[in-house]
Design a protein around this ligand. Structure first.
Ligand code: CDV
Length: 364
């Protein structure tokens, strides 16, 4: 007998993008490809589409760009006066308009230039969630675990990863959010007032979502922050290097290993937090190197329910039942019953590794 009797069905998709070849690939080309994927999603009755990290451009942090004017071309302006300016940017608006017309919610990544006062800005690697029914963005996430380095690797022929040069770590934390309009009959706060115990609302309201960006999916800490808010669906876009000549292994070996670690992270994160997750790649050979595919939808038991078959533009979709999150949340990962926070202080107090002291020879 499961506790997941009442279905909460939702058709969702990862919109994998094939390569965006170079720094000068026209945005209009990318927008047209995204619109095609949305059209495809509409024909499949998809309600929510996730696009990759830095959706609109090639993965520019793989390039050494020294001119601030050139760097600025990759960023979208935002400010406290208009935190979601992206939706009116000509660089994104055609996609927003299409999503609104089709009634499909979308999440996508972009480079955000946050200006607090003239001349002062902070650059983030950002994702937003746009609700088609509400005609507005309802959530923003800024990438927290930035990989790579600030100074370029000077060895000839290497694949660069310069996210620490172009972005500041996100400052918004892992804030879960609910989205209306996705699940029929969702319990609302007014209804809950009639219930004796607040826990009886768990798993019955509008879906609880969280966003991660690429490297974040490898870090259990972010997943667990969402898990502790009852997350049911994690959205994640990525650009993951398939091959870098400076590392060991042939192209085939490195790509297989990168895909293995990608799947391992997504499947473990979903299982250990009893949630679904959607993962959208930018894939294939761009000018700076190659990126893995492997866009997928993962269920709360850690199984991949749909996965991309190509390295090109591809819609990976599935109808999921959010009620299936309840079993994990109420049994193995019933956090309120089983977590032992008195032993977890190291996770907050310590950043790097502190090994136990070396042993004496006498202890050999
Ligand atoms: N864009 C990324 O965050 N890429 C990292 C690589 C550099 C490890 C990733 O986790 O896929």
């Amino acid at each position: 007998m499961g506790s997941d009797s009442e279905q909460r069905l939702l058709t969702v998709a990862a919109a994998q993008l094939g390569p965006i070849e170079s720094l000068t690939t026209p945005r209009a080309d990318v927008l047209a490809r995204m619109i095609n994927l949305l059209q495809d999603a509409s024909e499949k009755e998809v309600r929510l589409v996730v696009f990759p990290e830095l959706t609109f451009t090639t993965f520019f942090p793989s390039y050494i760009i020294n001119s601030p004017e050139e760097v600025a071309k990759f960023f979208e302006p935002a400010s406290p006066n208009d935190a979601y300016a992206i939706i009116n940017s000509p660089n994104a608006k055609p996609v927003i308009d299409k999503a609104t017309e089709l009634g499909i919610d979308i999440s996508f990544g972009y480079a955000e230039r946050w200006t607090t006062e003239p001349g002062k800005f902070v650059d983030y690697n950002t994702a937003v969630y746009y609700s088609a029914t509400q005609r507005q963005c309802v959530a923003k996430y800024r990438k927290i675990h930035l990989p790579g380095r600030y100074e370029p690797d000077q060895r000839p022929g290497v694949t660069q990863q310069l996210e620490k040069r172009y972005f500041t770590p996100g400052d918004l934390g892992f804030q879960a959010f609910r989205v209306s309009g996705l699940i029929d009959g969702a319990l609302k706060s007014e209804d809950a007032k009639m219930l004796a115990s607040p826990e009886r609302t768990h798993g019955k309201g509008d879906p609880i979502l969280g966003m991660l960006i690429c490297n974040d999916r490898r870090w259990a800490e972010g997943w667990r922050c969402y898990g502790l808010q009852g997350v049911e669906l994690v959205l994640e876009g990525y650009n993951t290097t398939a091959f870098a000549p400076q590392y060991d292994g042939t192209e085939v070996e490195q790509e297989a290993e990168a895909l293995f670690h990608h799947r391992l992270s997504c499947q473990a994160g979903s299982y250990q937090n009893a949630c679904y997750s959607i993962h959208a790649a930018k894939a294939g050979k761009e000018d700076h190197g190659s990126l893995i595919a492997g866009s997928s939808i993962v269920d709360p038991n850690g199984h991949i329910v749909a996965e991309s078959k190509t390295k090109g533009d591809e819609l990976v979709y599935a109808t999921i039942d959010l009620a299936k999150c309840r079993r994990g949340k109420e049994r193995v990962f019933a956090f309120d019953k089983h977590r032992r926070v008195e032993h977890y202080s190291r996770i907050l107090d310590q950043v790097g590794v502190e090994e136990p002291s070396l042993l004496d020879r006498s202890q050999a």
